[in-house]
Design a protein around this ligand. Structure first.
Ligand code: SF4
Length: 192
């Protein structure tokens, strides 16, 4: 499966974010162009690959996110989107109006959920709104980045919102060298 980065922008700032360095280095407004997307789609089809993952940053921040999904579906790709579920009302409405009816075999999301008890209330509300609408297309993703992690809320989300019963787990690890962590500023912290 090919990974395509649509944008390096994100609305969150997760302590374990592997992309933070690239987000910091990239121009804020830089997004994948239509020409590059079409080139990549042609290249993948010619290579016999019909599965793509769309990543960021937060891929739904790409100004043509819905059009990109519809274009890739038209070209017979199976699409997996990695999202935080945190989006503006306008973006959420655009997704809701256009993507909810797509078959789960063709479009799925991995929603990278953070513990709601440690997250801003406004962010939790947006994530839960996303899960309520797109739960049937969504696997929860959870990143373990501290020894005292608690995943109970993930199973609660699965039951409350009818998510797919497959959790994508990420396991962060410490740096082997003693240097400043690019994501937390702490020493020997992880970034994965
Ligand atoms: S939602 Fe993803 S891209 Fe955004 S800060 Fe968190 S881990 Fe990084």
């Amino acid at each position: 499966m090919a990974n395509i980065l649509l944008t390096q922008r994100c609305v969150r700032s997760c302590p374990y974010c592997f992309a933070k360095k690239y987000m910091a280095d990239a121009p804020f407004e830089e997004t994948l162009s239509w020409n590059d997307l079409i080139y990549l789609a042609d290249f993948l089809i010619a290579s016999g690959e019909n599965r793509v993952s769309l990543l960021g940053g937060e891929p739904t921040l790409h100004p043509h996110f819905v059009e990109i999904i519809l274009y890739l579906l038209e070209r017979n790709f199976h699409i997996n989107v990695f999202t935080s579920g945190v989006m503006t009302p306008e973006i959420f409405e655009d997704l809701s109006n256009n993507l909810t009816g797509i078959h789960p075999e063709r479009l799925s999301f991995v929603c990278n959920v953070n513990n709601p008890s440690k997250s801003p209330a406004a962010e939790v509300k947006k994530v839960e709104q996303f899960l309520e609408t797109f739960g049937h297309l969504t696997n929860p993703g959870y990143n373990i980045y501290s020894p005292d992690f608690d995943m109970d809320f993930v199973f609660d989300y699965i039951n409350r919102f009818g998510l797919k019963k497959f959790v994508r787990l990420g396991l962060a690890h410490p740096y082997s060298r003693k240097e400043k962590c690019i994501c937390t500023g702490g020493e020997n912290a992880q970034n994965g």
